[in-house]
Design a protein around this ligand. Structure first.
Ligand code: PLP
Length: 281
């Protein structure tokens, strides 16, 4: 596998970062993930716009404009012979003697990208549907920033792993914020698609935005409001979205069966519509 690191394409084993990198010491950095389908990038302009915004919010200079990022991403995809999977991008505040305050302004950010082969379209879990649990949301107050500080999500996902399920939806004040690495949705019995409104409490999901644009085609009304755990557990349909899972049907929440325990018809329709969009590039 070939990795991109600070202007070079290197074999994985040769791509090394100094121990004084602020990503390593402080999780002082930002990341993004775009899906690759049929060799092209999915929703990539929006992912690169979010990367730019996240970097701006924590005062790291974006090392590339969107056109340059995309050129590098596609170069990496080609060098790895990737047709389906993910491109991971990360930018940290760079390498400097350990000190909480920012390093000098001329410190170069550390820029890294790798690819992961993964079946994103014909995912067997999407046929079967995912079982999930709810867990407490332990995160900080700026979850709109796609920071590499992911300890709370790591612990949430590990709870899911130990429960033998696929995802954990995080809960704050009785309402679902989002999944550990996904956006949470439910569909009510009267064809209303419900998801939490954007705020600093959650990441503005790129797949979320595309799915909301597709809702009308699936003849769904949209409500952006809080979802309580009780409402989620009793929903007609539920699903989660992300660059790596697209639209993932949920068939069980905390042991409560959703619908008839199979992926719901409206969720399946949304997944099909999203796949069409993703395939079209
Ligand atoms: N919410 C969180 C906390 C995430 O980590 C992710 C993706 O990794 C998402 C939502 C989904 O975002 P996107 O659809 O942009 O991948």
């Amino acid at each position: 596998r070939i990795v991109y690191l600070n202007g070079e394409f290197l074999p994985f084993a040769e791509a090394k970062v100094p121990v004084m990198d602020r990503g390593f010491l402080f999780a002082d950095g930002i990341y993004e993930v775009s899906a690759v389908l049929d060799g092209h990038l999915v929703d990539n302009a929006a992912h690169l716009a979010r990367l730019d915004r996240s970097l701006g919010e924590i005062g790291i200079r974006n090392p590339h404009d969107a056109a340059e990022w995309e050129r590098l991403q596609l170069d990496l995809v080609r060098r790895n012979g990737l047709t389906e999977g993910l491109v991971y991008m990360q930018v940290t505040r760079g390498v400097f003697e350990r000190d909480f305050g920012f390093p000098p302004a001329d410190t170069s950010p550390t820029v890294m990208m790798f690819t992961q082969a993964k079946t994103v379209a014909a995912n067997p879990l999407a046929e079967k549907g995912a079982r999930i649990i709810t867990v407490e949301d332990l995160r900080w107050k700026r979850r709109d920033i796609k920071s590499v500080a992911l300890l709370a999500q790591v612990l949430a996902k590990q709870q899911a792993v130990e429960a033998g399920v696929s995802e954990a939806w995080m809960v704050e004040d009785g309402a679902v914020t989002e999944g550990s690495s996904s956006t949470a949705f439910v569909i009510t019995a009267d064809r209303t698609l419900v998801t939490r409104p954007l705020s600093t409490a959650l990441l503005p999901g790129i797949t979320r935005a595309s799915v909301l644009r597709l809702a009308a085609e699936a003849d769904l009304r949209i409500e952006e409001r809080l979802i309580t755990v009780a409402e989620a557990q009793a929903a007609a349909e539920a699903f989660y979205t992300s660059a790596s899972s697209f639209v993932m049907p949920v068939i069980e929440i905390d042991g409560n069966r959703i619908g008839d325990g199979r992926p719901g018809p409206l969720t399946r329709r949304l997944r099909e519509l999203y796949l069409e969009l993703a395939r079209a590039g």
